[in-house]
Ligand binder design. Structure first.
Ligand code: PAF
Length: 282
């Protein structure tokens, strides 16, 4: 496994792989790797000749400086894990290497980026589009892999790819959970023991909310009741819970209004001042 620090070397390797007809799998990450990332890496390893993983805490997607400052950084453990998983190349650049000049591009991401995370974290998705578009342009992967925990992010990346004319295969991979249901996240390490003990209730209450749909409640009613149930757990505070079309990310009035992909309920919850996100398909 080679650790790459420069864009020049990354482009050189990926160009040579492309020219020799090899497929390239790209897994973009911000490091602090856990079993959720491992599932993406393992899948990308199986499906491609060359596996490139990027590890970069992208400053332009953080709208909260404290979140950027405290984001876990575990470069050595990440390299060891990726070596074990059989990655060929790990791209670990500095911020100066990625952004020698400030990136002033503003992507016209439209409605998918305006709701939920887009509404709560102004500029976040534009920052994601900036870094992922750079990685796509340098690597030109056959397939790029993203986790469904960040469900809306995948819709935004698909939109960015369409805008930029990248026709790579964007592969959405299922959420990986702890045995008690908590969605794996790099932020989980910041939970106290008390927070860690209550956080799995987010997933169990989302699962329970499926029964409300079966009882005939409309999407907005299910969302309201579920947010109330989460808020009634001492230590959990919902920022938003919305049930949206799984492709357009727009709220639906009725279950039957959703397109081919159906609906997804997306939630953000504060637990111990840690912002956790999760989702469930209905
Ligand atoms: O999901 C993430 O970890 C990040 O948003 C991504 C896609 C690696 C871009 O920095």
């Amino acid at each position: 496994m080679e650790i790459i620090r420069t864009v020049k070397r990354l482009e050189e390797i990926c160009r040579a792989a492309g020219e020799s007809g090899k497929s390239i799998g790209l897994v973009p990450t911000m490091g602090a790797l856990h079993a959720g990332h491992k599932s993406l890496v393992d899948r990308a390893r199986k499906e491609n000749d060359i596996l490139v993983v990027s590890v970069f805490v992208n400053p332009t997607q953080f709208n909260n400086p404290d979140d950027l400052r405290t984001y876990p950084r575990t470069e050595e453990a990440d390299s060891a894990m990726l070596e074990n998983c059989g990655a060929d190349y790990v791209f670990m650049p500095t911020a100066e290497e990625i952004y020698p000049e400030p990136d002033t591009r503003v992507f016209d991401l439209g409605p998918v980026a305006e709701v939920m995370e887009g509404a709560m974290r102004p500029g976040h998705f534009n920052g994601v589009a900036q870094i992922v578009s750079k990685l796509f342009a340098w690597v030109r992967p056959t397939r790029a892999y993203f986790g469904e925990k960040d469900f809306q992010q995948i819709a935004v990346i698909r939109k960015m790819a369409a805008l930029e004319g990248f026709d790579f295969d964007i592969v959405a991979c299922p959420i990986v959970r702890e045995a008690d249901g908590l969605a794996l996240s790099s932020r989980n390490v910041r939970l106290t023991a008390e927070g860690r003990a209550i956080a799995p209730q987010i997933h169990s209450l989302l699962e329970k909310s499926r029964q409300l749909k079966e009882q005939g409640l409309k999407p907005a009613e299910v969302a309201r009741a579920t947010a109330e149930a989460i808020d009634s757990v001492a230590g959990l505070t919902t920022e938003y819970y919305q049930i949206v079309d799984a492709l357009t990310m727009q709220p639906v009035d009725d279950w039957s209004d959703a397109g081919a992909e159906g609906t997804v309920g997306c939630v953000t919850v504060y637990c111990d001042n840690v912002r956790l996100i999760d989702n469930i398909r209905y």
